[in-house]
Design a binder for this molecule. Structure first.
Ligand code: HEM
Length: 131
């Protein structure tokens, strides 16, 4: 049994999530697959949305829901073509970010499992539809 998800915020704080998400978004602009999906957007805003979402999801203040409403993450990702390859790249960047953020290993373990599952859940295209 790992530690409960809702205890992650008290372990790593807003600062831990900020470090993790900054390390993720730092890689996005130069990534050949993810870069083109994100640049039309305001990256600092995207960074803030992911950070606030994670903070609320793992036991911290509910700022994300107050500002954005129910996350509905699959629906919110429907404009972006996400196949297995894109999902795997997203996960690789998040793995890099988890390595860089050097969080307590128990927290890192819970977060990695969550990202693995959520990124798979976000797939909305079969490989064949994207050339
Ligand atoms: C699987 C590959 C994924 C891709 C290609 C992807 C791509 C994107 C893009 C392009 C945006 C819009 C940026 C913005 O303006 O906020 C976005 C937003 C967001 N993503 Fe992802 N994402 C992926 C997976 C995930 C996962 C696994 C999570 C959660 C753990 C997540 C959480 C979010 C959140 C919270 C937002 C902001 C939604 C909003 O309030 O509008 N994404 N994503």
């Amino acid at each position: 049994m790992g530690i409960p998800e809702l205890e992650i915020y008290s372990m790593i704080g807003a600062e831990g999530f900020a470090r993790l998400v900054a390390a993720f978004y730092r890689q996005v602009p130069q990534d050949d697959l993810l870069g083109p999906i994100y640049p039309a957007f305001d990256l600092p805003g995207a960074e803030q949305r992911l950070r606030d979402f994670l903070i609320g999801r793992f036991g911290g203040p509910q700022t994300y829901i107050e500002q954005r409403g129910h996350p509905r993450l699959r629906a919110r990702h429907s404009p972006f073509p996400i196949n297995q390859t894109i999902r795997d790249r997203w996960m690789r960047l998040m793995d890099n970010a988890l390595g860089e953020a050097s969080l307590p290993s128990k927290a890192e373990e819970v977060l990695r499992k969550f990202f693995n599952e959520m990124s798979t859940f976000m797939i909305n295209q079969s490989e064949a539809r994207i050339s």
